[in-house]
Design a protein around this ligand. Structure first.
Ligand code: ZN
Length: 233
């Protein structure tokens, strides 16, 4: 099974993290052709937690990081049309603030659609590696916990739904960060380690494939090929 992460969508490519709408549609068609089921992230978490649980081998999870406006304008109509569950990771400092970001009103609409699970990407998307270098040990731990706590509280206040999933900013994580996330009551956290999900993986370091425009269909097909599925245990 694979977890995919997108950031932005547009008819034209504005930057490397933007996937053209037609590229995304072509990738969805590939998933269908390969008989993949798109399931909520929480279905995979339940499977990881319960050794006897069964999920089809051809399962894909859609996630989107950062809360760009195009999640509302482009991804939301497609998700509604195809009934696709999406987990959206946002950092509240940008919402209703940065000009590229969603508004809290849009976040609420997404949450109420029943298709989007709105979760945490920390409060302001810091680079924890840099922060650890420039802070004392105790200050650093306090800073990380604040980032995780403020994000959860702010999102829960707007969506009125529990926040217990985290996407590591820049995919940066380590043992200490995982322990701090557990202390802040996160049950799962996602990285950018480009691997399929296998049994035995730590739920606090779930790998995801970062999808960019250059991935196209040529780079996408190998991720979901029969060969990729056969390699799974
Ligand atoms: Zn991010």
């Amino acid at each position: 099974m694979v977890i995919l992460v997108y950031h932005r969508f547009s008819d034209r490519v504005a930057d490397s993290m933007t996937v053209r709408t037609q590229t995304f549609e072509a990738q969805l068609r590939l998933l269908k052709e390969h008989r993949y089921q798109v399931v909520p992230l929480r279905a995979v978490l339940a499977w990881l937690e319960e050794p006897s649980a069964v999920l089809p081998a051809k399962v894909a999870v859609l996630t989107a990081d950062d809360g760009h406006r195009s999640v509302y304008d482009v991804l939301f109509p497609i998700a509604r049309r195809d009934r696709l569950p999406v987990t959206l990771f946002i950092y509240p400092s940008a919402i209703s603030n940065a000009n590229y970001a969603l508004s809290w009103e849009q976040v609420s609409v997404l949450a109420q659609s029943g298709l989007f699970d709105i979760q945490s990407h920390t409060y302001w998307h810091p680079n924890f590696r840099h922060e650890r270098k420039r802070r004392s040990q105790s200050d650093y731990a306090r800073f990380v916990r604040q980032q995780l706590e403020m994000s959860r509280e702010r999102i829960e206040a707007h969506t009125r739904q529990p926040v217990d999933l985290l996407a590591w900013p820049f995919g940066i994580y380590d043992e200490q960060l995982m322990a701090l996330a557990t202390q802040e009551r996160y049950i799962a956290a996602l990285s950018l380690d480009a691997r399929p999900v296998r049994r035995g993986v730590s739920p606090l370091a779930l790998p995801r494939f970062l999808i960019v425009e250059a991935t196209g269909t040529k780079g996408f097909a190998p991720l979901i090929s029969d060969a990729a599925v056969r390699k799974l245990p």
